[in-house]
Design a protein around this ligand. Sequence first.
Ligand SMILES: Nc1ncnc2c1ncn2[C@@H]1O[C@H](COP(=O)(O)OP(=O)(O)OP(=O)(O)O)[C@@H](O)[C@H]1O
Ligand SMILES: [Mg+2]
Length: 272
Amino acid sequence: MPTIEFENVSKIYDEDTVALDDVSFTIDEGEFVILLGPSGAGKSTMLRVLNGLTQPTEGSVRIGGKELQGNRSEVGMVFQEHYLIESKTAFGNALSGALSRNGLVRSALGLHADADKMTALEALQTVGLLDEAGQRAESMSGGQKQRVGIARALVQNPEIVLADEPVASLDPKAARDVMRYLKKAATEQDLTTITSLHQVNIAREFGDRFLGIRDGEVIFDGDADDLTMDEMDRIYYGETKSGETIPTGAASGEVGETDAEADAATDGGGRA
Ligand SMILES: Nc1ncnc2c1ncn2[C@@H]1O[C@H](COP(=O)(O)OP(=O)(O)OP(=O)(O)O)[C@@H](O)[C@H]1O
Ligand SMILES: [Mg+2]
C-alpha cells in the first residue's frame, strides 16, 4: 500500500503564484525519495503540504490511506536550520522530540518517561552521537547539530521523515555524513523519507528514487540510472543544452557532472 498519495494537488499562493500545479504521485513505505529542482520549483511547498503546515488549494493528500488534516505526529521534520536550543545538550534537544507525543505541559515540566529517555539515547546512537549526548548544542559543529535534529525527529517515533535541504549549509564532507546517518536511520527504522537537496552529486549517492520538480510540476520520476545529464538539464534548465526533446526512460550509463549539477552543487554549498 502506498504510504503517501498526492492526487491532483495544487497550491496557489496569493491568487497568482502557482507553487504546485496538479501534482499526482504515490510513495511506498520505506522509500528514500529525493526532491530535485531549481529554486522556486515548489519543493518546500510539497514538504510543507505533507507536514500539514500548508493547506493545498486543490486536490487530496493521504498518508496511510487517511486524508491529511493538520500537523501529524507520525511525520517528523528536519529543517535546513537546525532549530536546536543552543544551551541544551544533544540529549535534551533529542528528547524534545517527544513533545509532540507527550503534550506541551508534561514536556515543559520535564516529566519525560524513562522510555522517552531511552528512545532519545537510541536516536543519538543512530546518528553516531551517543558519546556527545551530554555536549551542549552551542559547542557542536553544523553537521553534528543537523544529526541532533535528525535524532529529535526520530524520537517523535515517526513513520515518515521529511527533510527540507538538511545539508544546504554544510561542507560536502559534513553533508555526506549527515545524509549517511539519515539513510541509516531510514533503513534501520523502515522510515519513508523525502528530502529536498540542491547538491545533486550527494543526492545521487543516497536516493532510491528522485522526483524532479519544475514550475510546480513533477517532470521527472525515476532512479539514479534514469537521472541522466539530459534529464538533469531538463529539471534545472527546462531543456537540454542541445534543445532536444528527451525520450522518457533514457538509457543509463556513466554520468558526468552536468552544468545543472555543477550549478546546483555551488548553489547548495553557498547557502548559509
Ligand atoms: N508563503 C508563501 N507566500 C507566497 N508565495 C510563496 C510562499 N511560499 C512559497 N511561495 C512561492 O511558491 C513558489 C514555490 O516556492 P518553494 O519555496 O516551494 O520552492 P522551492 O523549490 O522550495 O525553492 P528553493 O529551492 O529556493 O527552496 C515560489 O514561487 C515561491 O515564491
Ligand atoms: Mg525550498
